[in-house]
Design a protein around this ligand. Structure first.
Ligand SMILES: C[S@@+](CC[C@H](N)C(=O)[O-])C[C@H]1O[C@@H](n2cnc3c(N)ncnc32)[C@H](O)[C@@H]1O
Length: 353
């Protein structure tokens, strides 16, 4: 077997480092919570050693496929090392400062703690909540400024590796369905783009394509624009809007991605988003969805999924875990539906018939 290259060792070391930071952060914050806010401690089931080993193996598999996809040229290797490190480092203390209010919200079961300045009529009711006890929900610059770091910690540094799993099916299906087009003619739409981390991965894989991101949070979009529209690259367009009713014409895009949205939507909204994606895609358009793994695909991780639900305010997660997304895709006209799981993420691909 060939020796791993220096770059691969550097990648593995970075991932191990991020994993250790994530674990240390969680251990220390749990200890602090036990001392300062014991009433906020969630009632979780212990993770057995076997399960822990399975989780570690699953992370290794994810990192291996991430590395292989870079070696195959699906995206540049330097993407594996990219993040706004200095910005994250500066903002990291804010995550700690934010913690007491998170504990308080959890303890008091206060889940609709949204800034008073927000005009609630502009948002669907299900959205006006503190998902994962997030301060201000998704509706402030403060929330947007620490979201990426919180997600990295939650997934022990694997969040971007999971987001990148959309790229392989995206590239494969685009080159199959639109072989006559070059990258600069492609229009790709990222639904619920948040702070734009998925779009950043996509841009590295499709540097010349026209990219658009949509989200309900102006604050998250500002953050996304700050990260994505700060160089000589093509301008990424951002739209503030509801994914259930996108203010764009039919057949606007060759491909649509949607990452980590569905577990935060009620079933009816999931259905509406899928219908919108179908409407917005051109004939033979490619839809790639990514979200939490579901119980039926990965029963060995059901304890982890249950704990996630107990620790964080995720009101629609339980329903999502058993939702048949394949049937929803099929009923809305999609075909060639397939899915695969990578660590904590399941990725669906589907084609507009
Ligand atoms: C868990 S975050 C995922 C963000 C991003 N895709 C990522 O990979 O980090 C969920 C995002 O969905 C957005 N969102 C939730 N409901 C939405 C809706 N109905 N329409 C548009 N965006 C929505 C939130 O504002 C938030 O940015």
């Amino acid at each position: 077997m060939a020796e791993p290259s220096l770059a691969k060792i550097a990648y593995q070391t970075l991932q191990q480092g991020k994993g250790l930071v994530g674990i240390a952060h969680k251990e220390i914050s749990t200890k602090l919570m036990e001392i300062l806010a014991p009433e906020a401690i969630p009632d979780t089931s212990p993770i057995t050693t076997d399960l822990l080993l399975d989780l570690r193996r699953s992370i290794k598999d994810l990192e291996e496929i991430d590395w292989l996809d870079a070696e195959r040229g699906l995206y540049p290797k330097n993407l594996l090392f990219e993040a706004p490190w200095i910005d994250w480092f500066i903002k990291y203390p804010l995550v700690w400062l934010d913690m007491p209010s998170t504990w308080k919200r959890r303890k008091n079961k206060k889940f609709q703690d949204i800034p008073h300045s927000i005009n609630k009529e502009k948002y669907p009711e299900y959205y006006l909540q503190n998902f994962h006890h997030q301060t201000d929900g998704y509706l402030s610059d403060h929330s947007a400024s620490i979201y990426d770091i919180q997600v990295e910690i939650l997934f022990n540094g694997t969040a971007d590796a999971m987001r990148r799993r959309v790229i392989s099916p995206l590239k494969t299906l685009i080159s199959k369905n639109y072989s006559d087009l070059n990258d600069s003619e492609l229009k790709i739409f990222d639904v619920a783009t948040g702070t734009g981390r998925t779009l950043q991965q996509i841009r590295s894989a499709f540097p010349k394509s026209e990219l658009t991101g949509l989200d309900l949070s102006a604050s998250y979009l500002k953050q996304a624009s700050k990260y994505l529209n700060n160089s000589d690259n093509e301008l990424v367009q951002f739209i503030k809007g509801n994914a259930e009713k996108v203010p764009l014409l039919d057949s606007s895009f060759h491909a649509i991605t949607c990452v980590f949205l569905f577990h935060e939507l009620p079933g009816e909204a999931r259905e509406n988003v899928i219908r919108e994606c179908y409407r917005l895609l051109k004939p033979n358009g490619v839809l790639i969805l990514a979200d939490s793994i579901q119980v039926k695909d990965t029963p060995k991780f059901s304890q982890v999924l249950e704990n996630f639900h107990r620790i964080f305010h995720e009101p629609y997660y339980k329903n999502y875990l058993k939702d048949n997304i394949d049937v929803r895709l099929l009923n809305n006209g999609f075909e060639s539906i397939s899915s695969s799981s990578f660590f904590m993420t399941k990725v669906w691909s589907a084609i507009k018939s």
